[in-house]
Design a protein around this ligand. Structure first.
Ligand SMILES: *Cc1c(COP(=O)(O)O)cnc(C)c1O
Length: 341
């Protein structure tokens, strides 16, 4: 059974985006962040396609996310490390923990399981052990595959980027880590100096454009589509939707589509979003409801049962809604059929 709304997912664009980011990463390997179910697209479909293209390093947040992908036979790193409750899973070694704290390092060392990754904080003050802890021997004797850090401001021209890069450079050779890794999507665009041995793009794989340098490089991957449920005439002066926030300036034709904020089509698109029938634009009018959205279809020939495509340009949709590109993607709901081509 197919539902009344769907995501059209362009597997060719996904792979092209990864290849473009891999080229920009120079000699470094290019991985992929697939946490939060592949940023809402569906992690299994994403990993299958990127592994097929040659990607070997995948990043998830939790052990449950890793376990659901373990059969692909590629490397998974679990960004949140290991809690006591994770150790049974972790000991099966279908993924490596990214150890973030001295307590996690101790836990992993005592279990004596095998290779791990380590996060070091170089200025974001979010996750990671400190360079000082590393200097004091915290990681001595540990089998570290990747020593990584995360950029706080990669999507802006900030002096913090260079400071974090230098902090990473200063750690080279200070541990027995096989690889160093710093750059996310926007970090790749900062230049090859930021790539080290392994890059970790997420957003840009999925069509997000976090900085101008990636505009024109990254192609859209996700298009939200929804079916028209009803077409109606709204005479001039009448109003539409909850709290009647839109008033017809002229006799108007309005279509109501099967899509709402419970699908992840944010309420912030109320009176602001854009949809398309072919190349004809259909502005979102009134409040986005839980399961329904109204569009102005005046003089556009669409009606009950026709499919409408919503704005697939993430920077544009983000500007219209003031919702970050990350939230627009990861909020995509479970009700969509996910249709890959
Ligand atoms: C999510 C995440 C990434 C990917 O970041 P994007 O900005 O989506 O490219 C990379 N590294 C870490 C540690 C992350 O948490």
């Amino acid at each position: 059974m197919t539902g009344p709304n769907r995501l059209r997912l362009d597997g060719g664009a996904l792979v092209d985006n990864w290849r473009a980011l891999a080229r920009m990463s120079g000699t470094a390997a290019c991985g992929a962040a697939v946490k939060a179910d592949g940023y809402g697209l569906g992690a299994r479909e994403v990993v299958q396609r990127l592994a097929g293209a040659g990607c070997r390093d995948f990043f998830v947040a939790t052990w449950a996310e890793a376990a659901a992908l373990a059969d692909f036979g590629v490397s998974f790193s679990v960004l949140h490390g290991v809690r006591d409750d994770d150790m049974t899973f972790a000991a099966q070694q279908f993924a490596r923990p990214v150890l973030n704290t001295a307590a996690q390092v101790r836990r992993w060392r005592e279990a004596g399981v095998g290779a791990c990754d380590v996060m070091v904080d170089t200025g974001m003050n979010r996750l990671g052990v400190s360079p000082e802890e590393i200097g004091n021997g915290l990681l001595d004797g540990l089998e570290v595959e990747t020593l990584m850090s995360h950029l706080a401001c990669a999507d802006e021209a900030s002096p913090v980027n260079e400071r974090q890069r230098l902090a990473m450079t200063a750690l080279a050779g200070r541990t027995n880590a096989r690889r160093l890794s710093l750059a996310n999507s926007a970090g790749i665009a900062l230049g090859k100096d930021y790539a080290f041995d392994l890059t970790r793009p997420g957003l840009a794989l999925y069509g997000g454009v976090p900085c101008d340098a990636l505009a024109g490089v990254i192609r859209p991957v996700v298009t939200v589509e929804a079916e028209v449920l009803q077409r109606r005439r709204v005479p001039a002066g009448q109003q539409v939707g909850y709290n009647l926030t839109w008033t017809a300036a002229r006799d108007s034709d309005v279509v109501i589509v099967n899509l709402g904020y419970a699908d992840g089509y944010k309420r912030a698109f109320s009176n602001a979003g854009a949809a398309y029938a072919g190349d004809r634009a259909l502005p979102v009018i009134g409040r986005v409801s839980m399961d329904l959205t109204a569009l102005d279809a005046t003089s556009v020939d669409v009606g009950e049962g026709d499919w409408i495509a919503f704005d697939a340009d993430l920077p544009h949709a983000s500007a219209a809604s003031r919702v970050s590109q990350y939230e627009l993607l990861t909020g995509l709901g479970r009700r969509f059929d996910r249709v890959w081509r």
